[in-house]
Design a protein around this ligand. Structure first.
Ligand SMILES: [Zn+2]
Length: 192
């Protein structure tokens, strides 16, 4: 079966086989972005990057999102273990939700230990475009909560099999992220 690698940092992924997340350097210098024909990218301000140069990166992001080969905003989101304070992360994230809506682009979400806050933001911000939680490893109860809220899920090599099973096919993605394994390995681990 053909599956798109929904989220990777592998800049060498064959064009069109993956949504490749752009590095921080390109948010700082968007004029350096020169994708190969057919390549798909996402661009976002990672929660780990929320301590410095935030305004400059948000303006770089805004420029990158005008490019037709940037098909998603992300990864962005909330991380209680790294980055600026959670309130600052929420603010940076909310600004990206606005950009996503302005450009009608879906969002790829990084969330570590902040699912309560993420669900709250989804409820209060009422985003105009789809959110997909990437690298989802949570159990079925959390999976159900996120799906019920309207979010989709993307699974990597390490995931909870019950969560994967209960996620409807059209709301389920697979990804290699920064694992270095192939998407075929991820799909095999998922039972395909
Ligand atoms: Zn990633």
């Amino acid at each position: 079966m053909f599956a798109l690698d929904f989220h990777t940092h592998n800049m060498f992924a064959p064009a069109g086989s993956a949504i490749v997340s752009l590095p921080r350097e390109l948010l700082l210098n968007p004029e350096d972005f020169s994708p190969v024909p057919g390549a798909l990218h996402s661009a976002g301000l990672h929660p780990w990057w929320t301590e410095d140069d935030v305004d400059r990166m948000l303006s770089g992001l805004s420029a990158l999102l005008r490019h037709s080969q940037v098909v998603a905003v992300g990864e962005c989101g909330l991380d209680k273990l790294r980055g600026a304070s959670l309130s600052c992360q929420c603010e940076v994230f909310a600004r990206q939700v606005e950009l996503a809506s302005e450009h009608s682009l879906p969002m790829t979400i990084h969330c570590v230990k902040a699912f309560g806050e993420l669900l709250h933001l989804h409820k209060t911000l009422r985003p105009a475009t789809r959110w997909t939680v990437h690298g989802f490893r949570g159990g079925p109860k959390l999976a159900e909560q996120l799906l019920d809220a309207g979010m989709d899920l993307s699974f990597g090599l390490h995931h909870n099999a019950d969560s994967l099973r209960l996620t409807p096919e059209h709301r389920r993605h697979f990804e290699t992220d920064d694992s270095g394994v192939s998407l075929a390995d991820v799909l095999r681990a998922a039972g395909f």
